[in-house]
Design a protein around this ligand. Structure first.
Ligand SMILES: [Zn+2]
Length: 117
């Protein structure tokens, strides 16, 4: 749920900000409680992560080794894949999906509480 909230917050930032094509700050989308670290991605790198509903961008040292699989390594962040059983939750909370429900509502509320820089 935390990661879903951060994904929504990042999607909002992604839409507001005038992205230059260079690297821009996004919130680390990890499962570490209270993490407010930033990672830097280009718009294209961010889009690449968002094409898959179970993919998230996190700092390399914030990966939960026993739960998350590293898909790609980049400078300053890695792309991870969440376990398949989470697909229904991750689909419902995906800002790119036109989904509604209790998970979506909770994740959006949590995203409202995240203060972007
Ligand atoms: Zn983190």
């Amino acid at each position: 749920m935390t990661e879903a909230a951060f994904r929504i917050a990042n999607e909002r930032m992604h839409r507001w900000q005038e992205r230059s094509g260079g690297r821009e700050p996004y919130l680390c989308e990890c499962a570490v409680d209270g993490c407010r670290e930033y990672i830097e991605l280009t718009k294209d790198e961010y889009e690449a992560v968002r094409t898959h509903v179970r993919h998230f961008a996190v700092r390399a040292d914030h990966v939960l080794q026993d739960l998350e699989e590293i898909i790609e390594r980049h400078e300053g962040y890695v792309t991870i894949e969440k376990p398949a059983p989470l697909t229904p939750l991750l689909t419902e909370t995906d800002p790119r999906e036109d989904a509604h429900g209790e998970f979506r509502e909770r994740a959006s509320q949590l995203a409202d509480e995240i203060d972007p820089r």
